[in-house]
Design a protein around this ligand. Structure first.
Ligand code: F6P
Length: 455
């Protein structure tokens, strides 16, 4: 059997300190790496002089990480990845920074990854590269003479052609994708926007079975939505810690309906617009005031980037204004929390919440929506309110789908969710749950790797 090599910016293989503390993607990839005797390569997350790869084996999985010098972190991670590609691919041209140094740093780090990882690759290894940080890495590896099967999966949206062409080096970036054998997108929508670029900017053609030909090179591009580790998350929702958290939430709710949002503190998540929608609900439904509260969990992320500092300051101010305007001596409408919680705790919070409010302005997938569904009590499930601009909306179309930019849409959906009969809640939840259970992260991984093996 071929070994599986996974390469991504961050490595979430189990560590000796936290052997079980992984997210769904990490759990699925770890299981595959363990079966296939593979290695997970990536950045250690540390800034320091590069002293080569550090290998570690824990729980039967080997990871290999490298530190990056400060200039590389600034130009590659904070720069090109998070100030250029992230905003552009999330349709935020106004936040996108076009700096040649960022692009230089991005290509330099991708070359460095190729140099340090290349020698550890064996001829029949299956190589799977993850996400926008590493688009050129396949091309770098091919330049080194690698003929292995190479796959790439994009976890974020693929932008419309007109937006992408704002990037001076758009053609070079897309051409690098043609070094792979299989390129995966989260949804058909992103796949189709990729097709549009290939047809209109590269004079390429789309064939059967996802085959795309440009010049003499044919690759496969597929839509392959990522899922959560549903069985594991259901087990989390029934864990001691989840049950204790559920009880704690019920006690602290004192009969009020809990609305929950859980997101990295990122402008793409639509938190400001969500707070505005909640504010609209409070303004227009004064009788409902003390019956409801919103718990927004938003751990800060990418704090070195100015746009993330800005959104944090805006949310601090807005949450203060909402509470200042509406709170009563025995009721706070918005609990805004800037820290992360373990999975079992989140599962308990989700289960206690009458509404899961997931309203990103643009999102490749959104696994919180799927976790919320998986954590519900089948007899008495809550209601998912989901942005129609999240990749997850293609699968979870029985959620209440909203325009995340519209405060009225959000306010109306909250009202409708709170009034929804148990029968309707169960009916909507059942079809969503079947999807979350069947198209889980293991299904995703097997589907992609099977496609890669047959490429
Ligand atoms: O969803 C895209 C993504 O970049 C993931 O790859 C990553 O795990 C997550 O966002 C968090 O981002 P970061 O690694 O920059 O903190």
């Amino acid at each position: 059997m071929s070994r599986l090599i996974v390469i991504s910016n961050r490595v979430s293989a189990p560590t000796a300190d936290q052997p079980g503390a992984q997210g769904g993607l990490a759990v699925a990839l770890t299981a595959a790496l363990r079966e296939a005797d593979g290695i997970w390569f990536g950045w250690s997350g540390k800034t320091g002089e590069t002293s080569g790869l550090k290998f570690k084996t824990c729980d039967g999985v080997t990871s290999a990480t490298i530190d990056l010098p400060e200039q590389d972190v600034n130009e590659y991670y904070d720069g090109y990845a998070n100030r250029t590609l992230w905003p552009l691919f999330h349709y935020r041209l106004g936040l996108t920074e076009f700096e040649r140094d960022f692009q230089g740093g991005y290509e330099r780090v991708n070359r460095l990854f190729g140099e340090v990882i290349g020698p550890h690759i064996q001829p029949d290894d299956l190589i799977w590269i993850q996400d926008y940080h590493m688009i050129p890495l396949g091309w770098v590896l091919r330049q080194r003479g690698l003929t292995n099967r190479l796959g790439f999966f994009l976890h974020i949206p693929w932008p419309p052609t007109r937006l992408l062409t704002a990037l001076p080096e758009h053609r070079r970036l897309v051409e690098a994708l043609f070094a792979y054998d299989v390129v995966g997108f989260q949804t058909r929508e992103w796949l189709e926007t990729f097709h549009d670029y290939v047809i209109n900017q590269m004079d390429g053609s789309i064939g059967e079975d996802g085959r795309i030909t440009v010049g003499g090179r044919t690759i496969r591009a597929i839509a392959c939505p990522i899922g959560i580790d549903a069985q594991e998350f259901i087990a989390s929702a029934n864990s001691q810690q989840a049950i204790a958290t559920y009880d704690r939430m019920v006690e602290s709710s004192i009969g009020r309906s809990l609305i929950v949002g859980v997101d990295r503190l990122d402008y793409s998540k639509g938190l400001e617009e969500r707070f505005n929608g909640y504010q609209r609900y409070l303004e227009t439904r004064p009788n409902a005031h003390a019956n409801v509260f919103l718990l927004q969990i938003a751990p800060p992320s990418r704090a070195a980037v100015q746009s993330y500092q800005d959104i944090r300051a805006q949310l601090d101010a807005l949450s203060g204004r909402i509470n200042g305007a509406f709170a009563d001596i025995d009721w706070v409408p918005l609990r805004y929390v800037n820290q992360g919680y373990p999975r079992d705790v989140l599962a308990g919070v989700y289960r206690a919440a009458r509404i899961g409010l997931v309203t990103p302005l643009r999102d490749g997938m959104n696994l919180v929506a799927k976790e919320y569904v998986a954590a519900q009590d089948p007899e008495n499930p809550g209601v998912l309110i989901l942005s129609r601009f999240a990749g997850a909306a293609a699968q979870l179309d029985n959620a209440l789908l909203v325009n995340p930019y519209s405060p009225d849409d959000i306010a109306d959906a909250i009202e409708r969710a709170l009034a929804m009969s148990r029968e309707e809640r169960v009916a909507r939840w059942t079809t969503m749950f079947e999807n979350v259970r069947d198209e889980d992260v293991i299904w995703w991984r097997k589907r992609f790797t099977a496609c890669l093996m047959n490429a």
